[in-house]
Design a protein around this ligand. Structure first.
Ligand SMILES: Nc1nc2c(ncn2[C@@H]2O[C@H](COP(=O)(O)OP(=O)(O)OP(=O)(O)O)[C@@H](O)[C@H]2O)c(=O)[nH]1
Ligand SMILES: [Mg+2]
Length: 308
């Protein structure tokens, strides 16, 4: 890859993508990296951990950090507290913050909370991406841009649609140009820091989030227990456990005659096969663990710290 780096001294840096739940952070990460590294659903609080998405352009390696949406956690919900804490920590560790705002929602309570948090932490030089441009008329974003400008926290504002890709090239270019000089921190072909096992669990969780309703997705977590490739490498058997909190939830996840879990398994298997390029045999088991959200072991599997 010597040719690729011929553009000058190597540069590398971390950009943390932060914002309120559901504003499109993970969609934007996937768009900027050019491949799916973080799951996306129409529901809030999809992302639960810090996830790296890495992209290389010429001499530059840009490491994006996807974070859980930042909101006021409800008292007594340790998972929510851990998610919000993981998000702030990722932002504090990064070279730069990229705040994503939903152009339609504007500066709602959650986003104002984030602006306050950025001020408290002395985070400046951040960039804003006003997302979901495809859903608003551009002039409607002007008051929003003025207000973000007045906050003094941001160097630049970009108007983008992570869904269609509009404006995303300009944003990426600006972030690349700004990277500090320094050696690359990851191998050049690495796209993410999630192991295949963890990504496989995330994919199943995405399908559960999409197919189940109301509060149920927030009551479950998925872990990959076993991953066995066939000797010729053409097939893989993956066993996963879905932890729920109550027997009634287990019944819903299974569905009548096992129909629900079958549909989830089918959707997850399709995506895993496309991702891995091999035949996948996916086995899903549902276990009731009333207090899994208070079990540090489950947090370790999730890649976040148990709130102490
Ligand atoms: N119309 C439109 N929808 C978008 C855009 N970007 C994201 N979405 C949708 O917004 C929803 C939330 O997207 P995510 O990427 O999961 O949002 P997030 O900010 O990562 O959400 P959390 O992880 O829950 O905090 C999904 O239904 C996306 O398809 C966009 O530019 N335009
Ligand atoms: Mg997300």
């Amino acid at each position: 890859m010597a040719d690729d780096r011929a553009g000058g001294a190597p540069r590398c840096g971390f950009v943390a993508i932060l914002g309120a739940p559901n504003v499109g952070k993970s969609t934007l990460l996937n768009r900027l990296v050019g491949t799916k590294v973080s799951i996306v659903t129409s529901k809030v609080q999809t992302t639960r951990r810090r996830i790296l998405g890495i992209t290389v352009k010429g001499a530059a390696q840009l490491v994006f950090v996807d974070t859980p949406g930042i909101f006021t956690p409800r008292p007594g919900r340790p998972l929510e507290q851990a998610m919000v804490r993981a998000a702030w920590r990722a932002v504090e560790d990064a070279d730069r913050g990229l705040l994503v705002v939903d152009s339609r929602r504007g500066l709602d309570r959650d986003t104002r909370l984030i602006l306050d948090g950025m001020r408290e932490r002395g985070l400046a030089r951040s960039i804003v991406a006003l997302n979901k441009l495809d859903l608003v008329a551009p002039p409607a974003t002007l008051p929003l841009i003025r207000e973000l400008d007045r906050s003094g926290l941001f160097e630049r504002v970009f108007i983008v649609s992570a869904l269609t890709g509009d404006g995303c090239d300009d944003l990426l270019q600006a972030l690349l140009e700004d990277l500090p000089e320094g050696p690359w921190l990851f191998p050049e072909d690495q796209l993410s820091d999630l192991s295949q096992r963890a990504m496989a669990a995330e994919i199943t969780r995405e399908k559960l989030f999409s197919q189940l309703h109301q509060e149920l997705p927030y009551s479950l977590t998925v872990e990959t227990e076993n991953w066995t490739a066939s000797p010729d490498g053409a097939e893989v058997r993956i066993d996963q456990t879905i932890y729920v909190q109550r027997p009634s939830q287990k019944a819903i996840v299974l569905g009548k005659g096992g129909r629900q879990i079958k549909a989830v398994g089918e959707a997850a298997r399709h995506e895993l096969e496309a991702m891995l390029g091999v035949r996948v045999h996916l086995f899903l088991f549902v276990k009731v663990r009333a207090r899994w959200t208070e079990d540090p072991e489950r947090y370790r599997e999730l890649g976040i710290e148990f709130p102490s």
